[in-house]
Design a binder for this molecule. Structure first.
Ligand code: CUA
Length: 167
């Protein structure tokens, strides 16, 4: 079969590009731990009172392991509600963990789509009402890290954050 010279070049370039993309995918998953968001459960966002999200909070599971139930909400004043009394600006909650804590976050939105990232950590969720996002992290460096909403969610979007303190 005769293949034109330029056609052959393009076949080689396209095959090489696919190989590079596939290698990047494998490297991302294996070396950098990139994971697709974990969608574990569907709930009724209007009836969070019937779920674990009725009592947002940090739950000590022992052995330096914690489970966090957190509600992202503009109705509560553009906050991540983790049931914490310690607040900045009168609303932005502070979550404190000891160094080395292994934390599983369960996060949901009760109204509209919000985002959830933790700076300097591999945590990035899109919070669609009715869906529960889960991410598990180990906090192995001390410091202050922000949880930030990264989906535009209205006039208070840029004030929607919480703070994690690892000490
Ligand atoms: Cu919530 Cu932007």
């Amino acid at each position: 079969m005769h293949i034109d010279k330029y056609e052959r070049y393009w076949l080689i370039i396209v095959t090489a590009a696919l190989g590079i993309f596939f290698a990047a995918l494998v490297a991302g998953a294996v070396i950098f731990g990139v994971r697709a968001p974990d969608r574990i459960e569907l709930i009724n966002p209007q009836r969070l009172d019937l779920t674990e999200f009725a009592n947002p909070g940090i739950y000590d599971m022992g052995d330096n392991q914690y489970t966090v139930y957190m509600v992202a909400s503009y109705r509560r004043g553009w906050i991540f509600d983790a049931g914490q009394d310690e607040k900045l600006n009168g609303k932005n909650q502070v979550l404190r963990f000891p160094l080395g804590a292994q934390v599983t976050f369960f996060v949901t939105s009760e109204d509209i789509t919000h985002g959830f990232i933790i700076e300097e950590h591999n945590a990035n969720l899109e919070l669609v009402p009715g869906q529960v996002g889960r991410v598990q992290l180990t906090f192995d460096k001390p410091g202050t890290f922000h949880i930030q909403c990264h989906e535009y969610c209205g006039s208070g979007h840029q004030t929607m954050w919480a703070q994690i303190v690892v000490q």
